[in-house]
Design a protein around this ligand. Sequence first.
Ligand SMILES: [Zn+2]
Ligand SMILES: [Zn+2]
Ligand SMILES: [Zn+2]
Ligand SMILES: [Zn+2]
Length: 319
Amino acid sequence: MKRILLWIGVAIMVAATVVLVCLIRLTCIFGNHVYSPATCTEPEICTRCGIVNGEPLGHLYGEATCTEPSVCLRCGEHHADALGHEWLPATCTEPEICARCGITRGEPLGHVMADATYQQPAACTRCGYTEGAPLTPALAGRTFVELQVGTPVPYTTASYEDRDVDVTGTAEITDYRVIDGDEIFPAREGYEWHVATVRLVFAGKDAQTDGAQSAYTFGDYYILDDSMSMHEDESGMRTFAADWYGMRVCCWQKTGETVENDWYDHELRFTWEEGVLVPKGYDGVLLILYHFRKAADATRLYLPASEVLDDNALVFRMK
Ligand SMILES: [Zn+2]
Ligand SMILES: [Zn+2]
Ligand SMILES: [Zn+2]
Ligand SMILES: [Zn+2]
C-alpha cells in the first residue's frame, strides 16, 4: 500500500512538473513574454500573448541630397524627395555650379571685352576684368612747359602795338578749382566745371612802351583733335569734344570774370577766369598760352591746339 502511495506521489509530481513546463513554455502567466523586436512603427510584441512593451522606435531618416531622397535608414520608408541642385549662374570664368554639392554644368561664359579707352584698359563689361593698359594719350610723348598753380613762369608774346615785337612777362595760374557750377558757370547734370584763374604780368620796359597782347586756346591731352569751336553761343559758351571712356562727349568752354585788365604801378596785368565744363572726373583739357604772333589777328584766337603747341607754349592741365 505504501509503495502504491509512493508511486502516486511520484506520478503527481511528474504530472505537476509537466504541467509547469507546459505553462512556462506555452503561456506567459509567469511574465515570461517572448517579445519580437520593436520596429520603426511597432513596439515590442509578445509572440505568444500579443502584449506590447515600450514604444515603436520611430523612423530614422537620412538627409536628402541633391540627387537622393530622404529615406528611413532602418526600414527604407520614403520621407522626402531629392532636393535637386541649387544652380548658381555661370560667370565669366566659372560654369554653373550647385551651391550645395559643388557639381558643375556647362562652360564658363567667357569675358565680354570692351576696347581700351584713354581712361581704362580693355575691360570685361560683365565682371570688370581688365587686360593691358589704357590707350596712349596723343600728347604722351610731348614735352611742353607745364604750368603749376601758384608758380609764375616766363611768357613771351607779341607787343600790342607791333606784333613783330616780342614782349616777355610772366604767366601764372593763381587758382584752380572744380565746382558743380555757379552764377557764371552754369551747372549741368553729370558734368563739372574746372575753373582756372590766369594771371599775366608784363613789367618790363618793352611792355611799358608797346603793351602786350596775349593769346590762348584749348586742347585735349588724349585726342588733340582741334574740336574747340571758334565761335561762342549767346551765353558765351564754346563747344569742344572729349573722349570719355570711348565715348565722344560734348564739352563747353567759357571765359569768366575779368579781375585785372590794366596798368597797375608800371605793371600791365591781366587776370581772368577760364572754365571748362567736362564730364565729372575728366582730366584731359589743356589751357594753352601761346605767342600772339601765331594768331595773326585778334579774331583768330582759339586757334587749333595742334597749330600752337610748340616748345614755347605754356600748358596748364585742367585736371
Ligand atoms: Zn506574452
Ligand atoms: Zn523606418
Ligand atoms: Zn547639387
Ligand atoms: Zn568677365
